[in-house]
Ligand binder design. Sequence first.
Ligand SMILES: *[C@@H]1O[C@H](CO)[C@@H](O)[C@H](O)[C@H]1NC(C)=O
Length: 454
Amino acid sequence: MFLSHLVICFLLSLADASPLVRRQNVDCAPDSPTGLKAECWESLGVDKFIQDWMAANATAADCGNLGFAQCYLQFNGLTTLTCDLITSSTCPPPSSSVEYSSNQHFYVLWNIYAVYQFFNQYSQAMSNGVGLAGQTVGKIVSAVAPPVEANEPESALLGVLTSTIGIVSTFAGVIPGGAGTAVNLIAGGISQALEFNKGVSDALLKQTANDRFIQLGDISASLAELVADYQLNLLDAVSKIQRDDATFRAACSTGGFSQRITTSLTIQSNELYRQLQLFVLSSTLRANGIVSAKSTGLSALQVATETDQISCTALSPGGFCNQWWIDNEGNTYSFHNPGDTANTHVALTAMIVDEGWATLDQVFKVEACAGQKTAFDPATLGLGCIATHGFCEWNYQPDLAQTRAQPQFKNCDNDPNWGTLCSSFEERILIPESYLGPILKPDKNGFSQFCKSL
Ligand SMILES: *[C@@H]1O[C@H](CO)[C@@H](O)[C@H](O)[C@H]1NC(C)=O
C-alpha cells in the first residue's frame, strides 16, 4: 500500500496535466466531491481510450505476455501491483487524492482494481459460508433420505455454484445507502463479459474430471472441496477478464466497476447458498420419486370446511397447513410419492419452512422445470431451472364412477395402486394422502367413497 502510493506519487511528477475532455456534464475527476460514477466509463470514453492505448502501446508494454491489466499497470509504473489474480494481496485501490495524467487513466486503474476487489470479496464470501452450507445440505439429505446410490453430475453442481455470481450481483445492501443499482450494473457487465468471451464461462464451469458424479449423501462432506474447485475456476475466469482488454471492456462497459464498492461482500451464507439448498432438496425429492401434486382450483382451507376428512383450519407462516400448501390463485399442492401413497410429508413440509431451506412456492410450483436439467445461464447469471423434481396435476372427477374410469393425473401415469378397491366386495377406492378431490365427501346417499388404507 505504502509502496504503491510512492509509485503513484512518482507518476504524478511525470503526469501530463492536459485539460480534460468531457462529453457530458458529469464530474469524472478522481477527486470529484460527488464520488466515482458509473456514467463516467461512458462519458469519458474509457472504452476507446483503452483501445487507443492498446494500439499504441500493447507491444511496448508486453501485453501479449502480461495480459491487459498487468501490462497497463506496469507500463504506467505500477510494477508492484498484481490485479489479475484474485488471490493476490497487492491490488490496492488507486487513491483519488493524487493527480493522474487523465481522468480516463484514473478510471482504467479504478476498474482494474474494482474487478479484482469484487471477485476477491465474492470468493471470500464463498469460503465464509461453506461450512454452514455444508451442514445445511447435510440436514436436507438426511431429512429426505434419498437412496444411497442417488447422485448428481459435478457439472450441475458447478452450475449451481456459478449462479452465486448472480446472487452476489443482486444482493441488496452491498452499497451503503444504495438501492443495488451498482450491483445490477455489475451483473450486467459480468454477463456481457461472459457472453462476449465464452472462455470465461467455460473457465467457471470447468470440471476437475469429465463425467464425475457426486452422491447426494456425500454432498455435505464434499462441498468444501467443490467450492475450492469453483474458486480455482473463478480465479482463472477473472484473470481471463483482466488479461483480455476486449473482455475487460465488456465487463466494465455498464459502469458497474466505475463505482466505489466500499462494503465487503460478506453475504450471509444462507443467501449465497440458497440455490444450492433448493437444488439439493429437489434432487433428493427426485431421487425418492417424490413429486409435487397440484389440486387445481381447490383450496385445502375451503375443502376442510366441507369435509372432516382433511384438516386445515389456518395457514402457518410459509402458507401451509399439514401437508397442504396453497398458492395465491387458490390451488393446493402437496408432496406425493407414487410408490408410497399412504404417507403424508407433513414433517418435511414444515421443516423446509422452519429451516429456511427454500420457500414452498419454489418446491411446489415446479411445473415449468420438472424433468429439466439444471444449468447455468450466462445471460441471467442464474439457473434456468433449480428444482427439477416431478410435477403431477390431479385429474379430479365429480364422482366415484368417473374417478375410477379416468386417469389419476392430467400429466403423469397413474400410481401403481391407483384404483385399488378398499375391499373386494365394495366400490370404494384407496386414495393417496395427496388427494383433495370430490370423493372425500360422501356420495348423494351419504356413503363414504374412499379409504386411505386397506
Ligand atoms: C502510450 O503510452 C504513453 C506512455 O504512458 C502515453 O503517454 C500515451 O498516451 C499512450 N498512448 C495512447 C494512445 O494511449
